[in-house]
Ligand binder design. Sequence first.
Ligand code: NDP
Ligand code: HEM
Length: 484
Amino acid sequence: MSDRPTTTNDSGNPAPSDEHSQSVGPNGPLLMQDHYLIQKMAHFNRERVPERVVHAKGGGAYGVLEITEDVGQFTKAKLFQKGARTESIVRFSTVAGELGSADTARDPRGFAIKFYTEDGNYDLVGNNTPVFFIRDPQKFSDFIHSQKRRADTNLHDHNMQWDFWTLSPESAHQVSLLMTDRGTPYSWRHMNGHGSHTFLWYNAAGERFWVKYHFKTDQGIKNYTADEAAALQAVDPDAHLRDLHEAIRKGDHPSWTVQVQVMPFEDAADYRFNPFDLTKVWPHGDYPPITIGRWTLVRNPENHFAEIEQAAFEPSNFVPGIGASPDKMLQGRLFSYPDAHRYRVGANYLQLPVNRPKSPVHSYNKDGAMAYANSGDPVYAPNSAGGPAADPALWEGEGYGVAGEIIRSAYTLHAEDDDHGQPRTLWEKVLSGTDRDHMVSNIVGHASAPEVTADMRRRVVEYWRNVHKDLGDRVATGLGINGT
Ligand code: NDP
Ligand code: HEM
C-alpha cells in the first residue's frame, strides 16, 4: 500500500482514475455519468479571474512592521505606537503589462502593503516613486489607455505615450523619475517604497497632522541599465518574482527602514507647494524624514493565486488615527479599489483568508455570492438585541472644516505650484553625471521607436526643455533634430 493520499474530486469522493475517462469499450464514446471528468474539465474552464486592469503582473510576501520610535504625539494608530509589531502582506508589481509580462519593463513598480492591525486592515497602496503622472482622477483611465495597447493593432505605442505625456505637463516629474535607471529596478528588494499621497494623522487629543510615508530599502538602491533590462526580459521575464522568492527561501530577508515626513495641520494652507498635489514631493529640507521603524519580509506565500492574485488592496482601509487627505487622486482611489475587487474577485472578497482582517468583524453586511463568514443575528442596526454598536469617539480628530464653491478647475493657491520646478531640481541637484547620461539615453531610446512621428519628437524635446534647457538640448541631439 502506498502512503500517498487517494485523489478525490472537490467534494472529497475518491477518484477511480487520474488518467482514464469512462468509455463504452476501449474505443467507444465517453459517458455523461463520468462526473469526475466533467468536474475536472468544467473547473479548468473557470480557473481565471480577470487580471487587474492595472498592475496585473506581480508577486508578494508576508512581512512584519516593527515600530522603534514614539510617534504617539502625531497619531493614535495602534500599529504606529512604539514597540508595536504588525503582520502584513506586500504585493509588488509593474503597472502597464499583462499577467505574463516581463518584470524588467520600464515602468513604476507597485508597492502595496496590507497591515493586519488589531483595528482591522490598514492598506498603504503605494509605488516605488514618491509622485505620480497626473493630479486628477478624471485623467486616470485616459492615462492608462495611453500606456497600454492601441484599439486597432493591439500594440503598445510610444507615440501614444508621448502624446499623453506632452499634453499633460504635470506628468514631467514622474516621467523624469521613470526615465532614470530607477525605471528599471534590479529587483523589488532594491527599491524604495512611497505612500506617495499625503495622509491625515490625528492623535489621542484630536490634534491633526499631514503625513507622507517612505520605505527606504536596506539592501541599497540598485538598478538595471536599459540594455541590461532588455536582455533580461528575453531570458527571464519573471526575474523579480524569482529574486524575491529565492531570497526569502534562503533566509535572506529583505527589509526597509520606515520613515515619515510630518507637517503640522495648519502649515498646509500657505505651504509653498500644494501639499496634496501628487505630482510633488515635500522637500526634505522643509520636512525632514523621521525614522519610525523597520519592515521586514519574512515568509513566502504558499499559494500564489489564493494569496497574491486574490489579494485585494484598498487605499480606503484606514484605522483610527489615520484618515484621507484632500488629495484628489487619493479621493478617486478611495472609490476605485473596492469597486474593482467586487468585480474582479467577488462581493465577499473580504472573507478570503488573505483579505480577511485578523481582528473580529462585526459588520451588518450579509449574504452575497460565496458568503461563509457573515456575522449572525441581529442583521440590522439599530437593534435592541445586543448587536454591535459603533463608537464615534474612535474617530474624534478625523474631521476638519472645509468650505468653498463647487468648481471644476486646476487653479492653485500656492506660490511654487508649477509643473517643472521639482523635476528641474532632480536634474540639477540630485542626479549624478552618469544618472543624467542614462536619463538622456533612456528618453532618446524610448522616443526613437519607429512609430514616434517627427512632430511628436519635436514635442518630446520641448517637453524636456521645459524641465531644463540642457536636458531638452541633449534629447534633441540624441534624436537628431538639433536646430529646431
Ligand atoms: P534631497 O537631496 O533631500 O533628497 C533627494 C531625494 O532623491 C532622496 O530621497 C534620494 O533618496 C532621492 N534620489 C537620489 N538619487 C535619485 C535618483 N537617481 N532618482 C530618484 N531619486 C533619487 O532633496 P529634496 O527633498 O529637496 O528633493 C529634491 C528632489 O529629489 C525632488 O524634486 C524629487 O525629484 C527627488 N526626490 C525627493 C523625495 C522627497 O520625498 N523629498 C523622494 C525621492 C526623490 P534615495 O536615493 O534614498 O531615494
Ligand atoms: C492597482 C485604480 C492611482 C498604485 C489599481 C487597480 C485599480 C487602480 C482599479 C486594480 C485593483 C485590483 O484589481 O486589485 C487607480 C486609480 C488611480 C490610481 C483610479 C488614480 C485616480 C494609483 C497611484 C498609485 C497606485 C497614485 C501609487 C501611488 C496601485 C498599486 C496597485 C494598483 C500598487 C496594485 C495593487 C496590488 O498589488 O494588488 N489601481 N489607481 N495607483 N494601483 Fe492604482
